[in-house]
Design a protein around this ligand. Sequence first.
Ligand code: SAH
Ligand code: SF4
Ligand code: F3S
Length: 439
Amino acid sequence: MTEDKSYIIITYGCQMNDYDSGVMAGLLEAHGWRRVENEEEADLVIVNTCSVRTGAEQRAIGRITNINRIKKWRRPGMILCLAGCIAQQRGEEIATRFPFIDLVVGTRDFVNIPHLVEQVRASGNQIVAISNIHHPLELGVPHTIQKHPVRAEVTIIYGCNNFCSYCIVPYVRGREQSRPPEEILAEINSLVEQGYREIILLGQNVNAYNYNGVDFAGLLVRVNSIDGLWRIRFVTSHPKDTTPHLIETIASLDKVCENLHLPVQSGSNKILKRMNRKYTREYYLELIERVRARIPDAAISTDIIVGFPGETEDDFEQTLELVERVGFDSAFTFMYTPRPYTKASLEFEDDVPLAIKKERLKRLIELQIENSLKKNRALIGTKQEVLVEKSGRKGGNQLLGRTRGDKIVAFDGEKTMIGKLVNVKITDAFPHTLFGEIT
Ligand code: SAH
Ligand code: SF4
Ligand code: F3S
């Protein structure tokens, strides 16, 4: 029967969750499941969740409660599954509290999804599958379903060993585990055969990649030699592990884009120390100089937390000053929220009032929008290599693509250009988009 095998996966959180959703989708489709566009048509709804900030967690729980209404009134046979980092962290508790959740799968267990769903169907019982976080993850070479038409994501390293004092990731994803290079290369080769031209290598800290002596730079060299692949990106790089050798390797490989995500988190040494980031403001600024000396066009993005415990106005101004000085191309900015298990939540009082966190966030965002606009306006008149991704929302002949610096460009062209490289002269710029003309 195919009619009772429709599924949808709703994904929250980081790109690594996107990737895991793609793995689940691939496994389900191999078992005869077919994807649908909304929950109302689905026999199986998987909510793949994130617990990195309180807000992300609340959104996911709210969504599950809403889906239960559909299940209750319109689709009583629906299987509702909670996956991802919240499932790993508090799956047992949530399963008890919400008996309408049929299946809970942890961050090690999602690879058994088709089998677990069948078990739920056969037994009619709630199943909670959460392995110990130290259990190794065996991915093999999965056939992933990518959400993007031209760009594909491939996780190269799972977990994190850094224990930044605010961060829950090491507790919900476990310790670092690098995938064998042969598996990664086989997966990328298969994606390239399917027509993907740009690959994003994923990890909470890709720089920590190491498999039997093959380090991240070594892996980049191997990926760079794949025929038919045009572009390589990677996220995230921890500043402390972005070595001169790695910068040299990035600069020397033609397919690796001039684009680095280097989360700074704060511009104050006092706060960086309390965050356990293992670098100073001076080190970070030098790192940026080193990157720019070797990769002059590098587009650099970052993550910043405001309102970390103990952050004074002076600490925050040091962050603003650093942001101004570096001139980031873009920044993801967050208000600190205490997370379970973390050192910051156990040892420091969340002492910056919400109103001040909000005010600092606003000032930071305003500064960053100005910076992004400055960076983008500097590209007006330049010629950029653009990988065409899709038609624009405006319709007509408008196409959207990305520069090597990961900037979105809108321009007019033929639909047949989708998936190809074109040269675009930049004619106008906004903080989040460029406009141009094909040359
Ligand atoms: N591994 C990456 C990113 C991890 S999570 C790194 O090392 O940078 C993505 C971002 O969420 C972090 O960079 C941080 O800025 C933010 N974040 C993590 N925990 C947070 C918390 N408790 N409160 C607010 N922001 C947080
Ligand atoms: Fe979290 Fe730090 Fe690891 Fe990033 S490096 S995932 S912020 S512990
Ligand atoms: Fe969130 Fe888990 Fe990623 S906590 S940021 S989905 S690793």
